[in-house]
Design a protein around this ligand. Structure first.
Ligand SMILES: Nc1ncnc2c1ncn2[C@@H]1O[C@H](COP(=O)(O)OP(=O)(O)O)[C@@H](O)[C@H]1O
Ligand SMILES: [Mg+2]
Length: 248
């Protein structure tokens, strides 16, 4: 990244809105489902966790703010639709902003001449979360995936006074990716509610040992590894403990 770009980015970020000024203390807690990568299990965890929270008596709204790779009409396979189906919510039924090309939101939006306004997205999420006990917000890609050329999901997290649930994979490389994600969240003073490692389709030599390593290195106690399960009931059972972290 050039120095010029770095400067622009720093400048654009300086007047970040203070969450306390925007969200009243009594508003629904917002948990961001933050992946260390794409295709890592964020949607799976969001759907399973929604069901686990509802089983515990919580009213849940699950929201995908921006989704790329969408067709002209909403497909039931889209993340926004999958997580909405998990809660049975009346709205939203799909991602708030749906874009065609399966690339970073900033690119897809630019190509479609769509303006993504993080403040407007935050307001929409706040409004859709009213009356819920928990709002789960599945972020696109990884933590620093750009929503626009000067705002990313960290800005959204700040505006909503959110906390982060980190989703990663129980495979080689995850220790580094997870620690990087946690380091940025901590630097940004976004609380980390816990870490979920999703079992990879194909285990490797590291599978089974990554959670303990992340626990030792990041000092995080709220950390679990979930097995590979397709059945809805078993999936929500697997993340029951995570639901407990959110309700504490
Ligand atoms: N623990 C798991 N058990 C079964 N399938 C899983 C699990 N974690 C992820 N998957 C599957 O792996 C694929 C990628 O997961 P997904 O949640 O869509 O990732 P992301 O939202 O991070 O892109 C999906 O087909 C999903 O159903
Ligand atoms: Mg997803």
């Amino acid at each position: 990244m050039s120095t010029e770009k770095k400067r622009t980015r720093t400048k654009a970020r300086a007047p970040r809105a203070k969450a306390a000024e925007l969200a009243p203390a009594s508003s629904t807690p917002v948990t961001f489902i933050v992946g260390t990568d794409t295709n890592i299990g964020k949607t799976w965890v969001t759907a399973a966790l929604s069901r686990a929270l509802m089983a515990a008596g919580q009213r849940v709204v699950a929201i995908k703010p921006v989704e790329t790779g969408c067709g002209p009409t909403v497909s039931p396979d889209e993340d926004g639709a999958v997580i909405a189906a998990a809660t049975g919510q009346s709205a939203p039924k799909a991602a708030l902003i749906r874009l065609r090309r399966p690339v970073a939101a900033a690119w897809a939006a630019e190509e479609e001449h769509v303006t993504i306004e993080v403040a407007a997205l935050a307001e929409q999420i706040r409004s859709l979360s009213k009356g819920a006990d928990q709002a789960l917000v599945e972020l696109a890609g990884g933590l620093l995936s750009p929503l626009t050329w000067h705002e990313d999901t960290l800005d959204l997290a700040h505006q909503l006074d959110g906390r982060a649930l980190v989703v990663t994979s129980d495979r080689l490389g995850s220790i580094n990716h997870t620690l990087l994600t946690i380091k940025v969240l901590r630097a940004e003073r976004i609380p980390v509610v816990g870490v979920v490692l999703s079992a990879p389709e194909v285990p490797d030599e590291s599978t089974g040992s990554n959670a303990e390593a992340i626990h030792r290195l990041a000092g995080i106690d709220a950390i679990i590894t979930v097995p590979r399960v397709a059945e809805r009931d078993k999936a929500s059972e697997a993340v029951k403990e995570v639901a407990g972290w959110l309700m504490d």
